[in-house]
Write a protein that binds this ligand. Structure first.
Ligand SMILES: NC(=O)c1ccc[n+]([C@@H]2O[C@H](COP(=O)([O-])OP(=O)(O)OC[C@H]3O[C@@H](n4cnc5c(N)ncnc54)[C@H](O)[C@@H]3O)[C@@H](O)[C@H]2O)c1
Length: 247
């Protein structure tokens, strides 16, 4: 029996990295999937890698109307699972970090997650469905030079736990994954300009040998949390980080 036979699932950030791996993983489990991202060409590439043809729905997480339109398109016949994976990383010395960049990171990583959850919740109440958000180890610790991103992911953790409490009695589960370092385009961008003390940035290396994660390692946790196997889990933050936060 496949994990998601007949389940209707919306996955954002699916043009790349963790979102793409999650879409590919869920497609092997019989899901009817809508994939959303600002990068339409990347969505088309992802669709070609999936075992079941998804609905492709470009959207811009900067725009709340676009978030609502994405959910409307995905939920035409109901919705069982929302996986919020779209995100951006911008970091650099705090003295010179542009407030406009701070606000952009918060809008893409945090405000859009709330907007998408808000639009999806009426459907998820109907289906007794669930939400899996993408936080980060940056949601659980301070990171030098990474204040905007870390604040945005602390916000995702707060959204996750608060919604879990608010909607538990209506049968909706809400959880988040906190990945550590994952090999994706996001972590291959060049370091920021300016004076960066790398000893402050690299304080929590993975403890496992080859402890950096692949996108597929995170997709596996999405599959577990979104499935019936996790029926007793809500309001939880699951770290998948090769032991980065172990100490
Ligand atoms: N890679 C890591 O080490 C790591 C660690 C912890 C958490 N995360 C989180 O995992 C998620 C996926 O990141 P990834 O590593 O796969 O990076 P990625 O850059 O490969 O994927 C991010 C996706 O988000 C999309 N996106 C960006 N801005 C958007 C917008 N305005 N509207 C819609 N989509 C937009 C991008 O087009 C891209 O497809 C993000 O939320 C990220 O913060 C990543």
């Amino acid at each position: 029996m496949m994990l998601f036979s007949g389940k209707k699932i919306l996955i954002t950030g699916a043009a790349s990295g963790i979102g793409r791996a999650t879409a590919i993983r869920f497609a092997t489990e019989g899901a009817d999937i809508t994939i959303g991202d600002v990068n339409e060409a990347g969505l088309v590439e992802t669709a070609a890698m999936m075992a079941r043809k998804p609905r492709i729905q470009p959207f811009d997480a900067m725009d709340n109307d676009s978030c609502r339109a994405l959910v409307d398109a995905a939920a035409q016949d109901g919705l069982d699972v929302l996986c919020n994976i779209s995100g951006v990383l911008k970091w650099g010395p705090s003295e010179t970090f542009a407030i406009e960049d701070f606000e952009r990171v918060l809008r893409v990583n945090t405000t859009s997650v709330f907007a998408l959850c808000q639009a999806a919740l009426p459907h998820l109440i109907q289906s007794k469905g669930n939400i899996v958000n993408t936080a980060s180890t940056a949601a659980l610790q301070g990171i030098a030079y990474t204040i905007a991103y870390s604040a945005s992911k602390h916000g995702v953790a707060a959204i996750t736990k608060g919604l879990a409490i608010e909607f538990a009695s209506r049968g909706v589960r809400v959880n988040a994954i906190c990945p550590g370092h994952v090999e994706t385009p996001m972590t291959q961008t060049p370091p920021p300009a300016g004076d960066v003390d790398w000893s402050l940035v690299m304080r929590n290396a993975p403890k496992l040998l080859n402890g950096s994660c692949a996108p597929e390692d995170i997709a596996e946790m999405f599959a577990f949390l979104a499935s019936e196997k996790a029926r007793k889990i809500t309001g939880a933050l699951f770290t998948v980080d090769g032991g980065q936060l172990a100490g």
